[in-house]
Design a binder for this molecule. Sequence first.
Ligand SMILES: Nc1ncnc2c1ncn2[C@@H]1O[C@H](COP(=O)(O)OP(=O)(O)OP(=O)(O)O)[C@@H](O)[C@H]1O
Length: 240
Amino acid sequence: MNSQPQPPAQSQAIVLACENVYKSYQQGPEQLAVLQGVNLQVAAGEMLAIVGASGSGKSTLLNMLGGLDLPSQGSVSISGQSFNDLSETQRGFLRQQHLGFVYQFHHLLGEFSALENVAMPLLLGSCSAKQAKTQATDFLQRVGLGQRLQHKPSELSGGERQRVAIARALVTAPQCVLMDEPTGNLDQHTADDIHQLMAELNRNLDTSFIIVTHDMSLAQRMNKVYSLFEGQLHLQAEVS
Ligand SMILES: Nc1ncnc2c1ncn2[C@@H]1O[C@H](COP(=O)(O)OP(=O)(O)OP(=O)(O)O)[C@@H](O)[C@H]1O
């Protein structure tokens, strides 16, 4: 199958909508057209994978979907609110309310422990310190790091840092989680645990996931797999 993305059924709330998004970068005198009319609608509870060759624009697209960067043309909306209409501060607030992120480079805060890193987004919300600690501990245990709560990022392995980043992205139970190569540094057993945690949140809280990955075994566990090719998304597989 190789067709343009179809809108989801009317009954499902649309969490994230990407409309006719173009993104070009200036490289010296040249314009590099990376995204060339991307359309995507993500319903509550959908789990999507985006695959594609290196350099095809997957991270660029993820940055647009998360409002970390703005399209050259077109718009991305979260729960009906377009990032284009917001200031940088407002975009940050919209992200904090609705989205969770796992980046390739985890962006953990080096001077804080694993527990503090995971508790941080809860403390930025309306959570008490005690509640934040309990919830962060629970999520770190779920990603297999119950014995590493007080370790700082520099005292953890690459895969452990990745799991802290995953716990931090999921701990606030966001509506939609964007992940760039979430299982890239993990062994199969740990990758399976991460997938289980995602599936559990998806089942219990209707959390949507958009993951960019080269890991086809993970991609195939999602409801839909899109490939990014020549600047557009193509639906490759769909499991109802
Ligand atoms: N800030 C930037 N300025 C100029 N060019 C950029 C910028 N960011 C990305 N690019 C270019 O855009 C293209 C797409 O990059 P992107 O990182 O989105 O690809 P990708 O599909 O995520 O690749 P990979 O699988 O290797 O991580 C690449 O050719 C890259 O060189």
